[in-house]
Design a protein around this ligand. Sequence first.
Ligand code: C5P
Length: 239
Amino acid sequence: MYTEGRMAQLIIALDAPDRDRALALVDRLGSGAGYYKVGLELFSRWGPEAVTTLRARGKRIFLDLKLHDIPNTVAGAVRSATALGVDLLTVHAAGGPRMMEAAVKAAREAGPDGPRILAVTLLTSMDTREVAEVWGRQVEATGDEVVRLARLAREVGVDGVVASPLEARALREALGTDALLVTPGIRLADGPRHDQRRVSTPEAAIRAGADHLVVGRTVTADPDPEAALVRVRRSMEAA
Ligand code: C5P
């Protein structure tokens, strides 16, 4: 396994519309979940307090803001997020190497406690046609673009990438063992897929080289989230 020596982490996507519903879930999962992804929906409603409140409860935070702006502005946003105490933070690779480099440099100012920067390569919602439409050139396969952008990100010091578990193997091979690979799109073999198409079980994602698994509705939308969490952990251990 590529992740040998590095424990794969389970990150729960806290895609709740407001503070009360987010905290109800965190309380319900209790010590069963120690790492949460805070995304644009919750951050736009609850604000930076979403991070500080979870931190005060001893949770680690993946702040998924997918930053994309001029280098100076992104560096400022990274410093602000660093001050909140986040562990992982996303930027768009399409913002360019100088922007990603500025993000990494700002994160490193905090020393070893600073966040790891992850690049979002292509949004998984985009197909080759839409990518071609935006970029104004023919795109044969999204997988090739994902690897190309991930390499670009690594060249300027970005710590890793967020990607579909189905791209994990190609990315692990292209980027080597040091890069962090964080995969959403995780589903249990017999569970609902919701709106996700390119999914993988926790076990298969880890075998393909993923370090961190982002799991949302498989746990959060289950009538018994604690039991669903146990099933996810069991599948991770099977890897
Ligand atoms: O509920 P589900 O497990 O599908 O949630 C996955 C989480 O990962 C959501 O927060 C979603 O926005 C995020 N995500 C994703 N696919 C990507 C990037 C992020 O599903 N390519």
